[in-house]
Design a protein around this ligand. Structure first.
Ligand code: BDR
Ligand code: CA
Length: 326
């Protein structure tokens, strides 16, 4: 069975993503990265979520405490000061595994031939692992990430939080020539939840579902305060792309990360021009580009499968069914 590592920064939606993943995938480890909150907080939260989900056999490995080049920017306005706003989970009884997340990713990646990395936080750990052990590029079967956007950003008009937090790391990962599924804001914004959905989850009579309802309540309130019409289930989308990929429609695109723009730092620049190499087969036509001078930035070979639409009803139904299994 394919081995999966979840690299995360819990985080309300990370917590829901973990609860979704551990019921369906062979999760061999949870690695943490500074993002929504400090590395101490997100690591404690990962341990708490696994205890809530009855999955303490899965190791938690603490990772990078800051981005490659910049200072961390946390997100307490969305996730609360603890990173798990709305839920008061007991202190974990387990401790993280000895060692660093980067070493763990390398070790698992080099011993399993089909590692899938689900990245739902900044890409610092994964980029560092790829730098330290370039052979990982051939070993990792897939990176399914929540990050970036084809359209607007959320931290800035152009940039999504996970990529913005460490754009230099994201740049390394997007260039690594590893197959990537990208669940960006353009996709995750299609899975909005509000009080109606929370009401449905409240009727599920177990501890995990009740905590998910509490987390979502906090998340929806925070999102609405910032002008959204509900909360987007960002991170669970990257998990769903591995469990049920046919729930999502993907488009192949060439994607690069902006690491220098004053207004666009952290933007994922997605090439959707007609004729871009690697887009849907029926749309591939390079004849025009063959005639145009290279200076016109000819479309490049696609490096990412970008999620463009998702079956929201099916997604929510699947989440509810999963929560019923706790
Ligand atoms: C991403 O940023 C974080 O705040 C969420 O957990 C998610 O991974 C959304 O932009
Ligand atoms: Ca996250």
């Amino acid at each position: 069975m394919t081995s999966v590592i979840i690299d995360c920064d819990p985080g309300l939606d990370d917590a829901i993503a973990i609860l979704l993943a551990i019921k369906h995938l062979n999760v061999v480890g949870i690695t943490t990265v500074s993002g929504n909150e400090s590395i101490e907080k997100v690591t404690t939260n990962a341990l708490k979520v696994l205890e809530l989900g009855g999955a303490t056999h899965i190791p938690v490995v603490r990772g990078s405490d800051r981005p490659l080049k910049r200072d961390p920017v946390y997100a307490p306005h969305f996730h609360g000061e603890s990173g798990m706003g709305g839920a008061d989970l007991p202190a974990p009884t387990k401790v993280p595994l000895e060692g660093h997340a980067v070493e763990f990713i390398i070790e698992v990646g080099m011993s399993a031939s089909d590692l899938v990395l689900i990245s739902i936080g900044p890409l610092t750990n994964i980029a560092t692992a790829l730098r330290k052990e370039p052979r990982l590029r051939e070993r990792v079967k897939l990176i399914s990430m929540m990050g970036g956007s084809v359209t607007n950003g959320n931290v800035t008009p152009a940039a999504e939080f996970n990529v913005y937090h460490d754009a230099e790391a994201a740049d390394i990962v997007f260039r690594a020539k590893i197959p990537i599924f990208m669940a960006g804001l353009n996709l995750t914004g299609q899975v909005l939840v509000g009080q109606k959905e929370i009401g449905v989850i409240r009727t599920i009579n177990n501890g995990a579902a009740q905590v998910v309802a509490d987390l979502l309540n906090f998340y929806v309130t925070a999102s609405e305060r910032l002008g959204a019409r509900g909360a987007s289930l960002h991170d669970p989308c990257a998990v769903m792309a591995v469990i049920e990929p046919d729930m999502i429609e993907f488009e192949s695109m060439h994607v690069v990360v902006e690491t220098s723009g004053d207004h666009t730092y952290g933007m994922t620049v997605c090439d959707r021009r007609a004729g871009a190499l690697g887009r849907r087969k029926d749309e591939r036509s390079n004849s025009v580009w063959d005639e145009i001078d290279d200076q016109l930035s000819r479309p490049k070979q696609a490096n990412v499968e970008v999620g463009v639409s998702i079956d929201r009803e099916r997604f929510f139904f699947f989440l509810v069914e999963t929560l019923q299994r706790y």
